[in-house]
Design a protein around this ligand. Sequence first.
Ligand code: HEC
Length: 101
Amino acid sequence: MRLRKGMLLGLATVALAGCGDQEAYDPESGTSAATMFEEGCAHCHGQEGTGKFGFLLSLEDTQLPEEGIADMIANGTGIMPAFPELEEDQRQDLARYVTDL
Ligand code: HEC
């Protein structure tokens, strides 16, 4: 019984931590776009940008220009979270990375 409770608590903590650090994602400057994508975006958009939940979140054929993507990363969409902690050049790197997917 004791063991079970501990396991449940552990699971809940992991789940909460998973949600929490998404919004405050703040990679060191110099982190590669591929790493930022993997750490900050892939859990929704998939490792290769193919969309974790199928075509809906696919970034492969996005029509958005790099500018628009960088804006989106800065401000979010209401559904997609914003990444206010990313520096300007990190957003540009990511935007370029996404258009190359
Ligand atoms: C919590 C899930 C989530 C995370 C994390 C996330 N996104 Fe998104 N993203 C979405 C959703 C949902 C949409 C589509 C909804 C919308 O357009 O409002 C979207 C849309 C986009 C689009 C627009 C695609 C198009 O063609 O319309 C781009 C570009 C994008 N995301 C890039 C990124 C990048 C880069 C990151 C990492 C910095 C990221 N997203 C992280 C959920 C997420």
